[in-house]
Design a protein around this ligand. Structure first.
Ligand SMILES: [Ca+2]
Ligand SMILES: [Ca+2]
Length: 280
C-alpha cells in the first residue's frame, strides 16, 4: 500500500448511454503517482487489483467503455498506483446500460401487407404481389399504367429522434425506370429512398454499392438529422451514407413504385422503429 496516500477519487463517475458507459475520475496529486488502472465486472465490484477485467491503465482521467450489452449493470473499480506498483485503496462506481432497441412494427411477409397487423395501405394493385415461402413477392412484369404496388404506413416519425428500417430482400430481375424505388423513409422533414438491382443497391438520386442483389441480404436503413446510413447483413460500418432530401411526408414505404419499369423482388420481412437511428 502507498505511504502517505490519503487521497480519494473525486467524481469517479459513470454515465451510461446506448451500448456504452463513459467513465471519468480525478487522479491523486501525490508525487509518487504513476497511473490509474480501471477494472470491471458484471457480477459485483472487482475485489482487488487482479480481479475482474482491466479496461484502462494510464494517467488520463476518462475512458469510454463501448460495445456493451443492453440492460446490464457494470461495476467499475479504479486503483491508483505508484512506480512499484503499489495499489491504493480503490474507488467504486456502477452504471446500468439502457434497454436495447426494439422494433415498433414487424411485418414478416407471411401475408399480403394489406392483411397484416397493423395493415399497410397500398397504391397501385396488390394483384402484382403474392406470398412465396414466407416472403411477399412483387412480380411486376408489365410497363402498363397501374403495373406497380407500394405499401405505406404513417409512422409519426421525428427527424431529430431518428428512424430505423430493416428489410431482408432480393431482386430477381429489374427493368429500370427513373421513378422506381423499393424502400423509402420519410420522417416529415427529410426523406431518402433506395432501389435494389440484381447487382447493386442505389440511393435514389445518389450513390450505389455493388453487391449480389439477386440473393437475400439484410439491409438496415437509418435516418436522423441530415444523415442516412445503410448497413449490410448486420455489419456495423455503413455501406452507404449521405444527406437525405427534404419531404414533409411522414411515412415508411416499400414495394415497387414505377409502373413504367418492371421488377421481380422479394421482401422476407420489413421492420421499423421511430424510436431512434440504430446501427445493427
Ligand atoms: Ca410496371
Ligand atoms: Ca418472412
Amino acid at each position: 500500500m502507498f505511504h502517505g496516500w490519503t487521497f480519494h477519487y473525486v467524481n469517479f463517475a459513470a454515465t451510461p448511454s446506448a451500448g456504452q458507459i463513459a467513465l471519468s475520475w480525478t487522479n491523486p496529486g501525490d508525487a509518487d503517482f504513476a497511473g490509474t488502472m480501471v477494472r470491471f465486472k458484471t457480477t459485483g465490484y472487482p475485489t482487488g487489483p487482479t480481479d475482474g477485467t482491466q479496461i484502462y491503465t494510464g494517467t488520463g482521467t476518462s475512458y469510454t467503455h463501448t460495445n456493451l450489452s443492453p440492460s446490464t449493470t457494470y461495476y467499475y473499480s479504479a486503483f491508483a498506483y505508484d512506480e512499484v506498483p503499489n495499489y491504493a485503496t480503490k474507488a467504486d462506481v456502477s452504471a446500468t446500460t439502457p434497454a436495447g432497441m426494439s422494433w415498433q412494427v414487424m411485418y414478416e411477409g407471411d401475408v399480403l401487407p394489406s392483411a397484416a397487423s397493423p395493415s399497410w395501405a397500398f397504391a397501385g394493385s396488390e394483384s402484382w404481389a403474392s406470398i412465396v415461402s414466407g416472403a411477399v413477392r412483387v412480380n411486376d412484369n408489365s410497363t402498363a399504367t397501374g403495373s406497380y404496388v407500394t405499401w405505406r404506413q404513417g409512422w409519426v416519425a421525428s427527424n431529430a429522434t431518428g428512424t430505423t428500417v430493416e428489410t431482408r430482400m432480393r431482386c430477381a430481375s429489374i427493368t429500370y425506370n427513373s421513378a422506381q424505388k423499393n424502400v423509402e423513409l420519410l420522417d416529415g422533414t427529410k426523406s431518402v429512398g433506395f432501389l435494389l438491382y440484381t447487382n447493386k443497391i442505389e440511393v435514389i438520386g445518389g450513390s450505389s454499392y455493388n453487391l449480389t442483389g439477386s440473393t437475400y441480404h439484410t439491409y438496415r436503413f437509418t435516418l436522423q438529422g441530415n444523415t442516412f446510413n445503410v448497413y449490410l447483413d448486420g455489419g456495423s460500418t455503413p455501406i452507404l451514407t449521405g444527406a437525405p432530401g427534404t419531404s414533409a411526408t411522414n411515412q415508411v414505404k416499400f414495394g415497387v413504385a414505377a409502373y413504367a419499369g418492371m421488377q421481380d423482388i422479394y421482401f422476407d420481412y420489413l421492420y421499423y422503429t421511430v424510436a431512434g437511428a440504430y446501427p445493427p
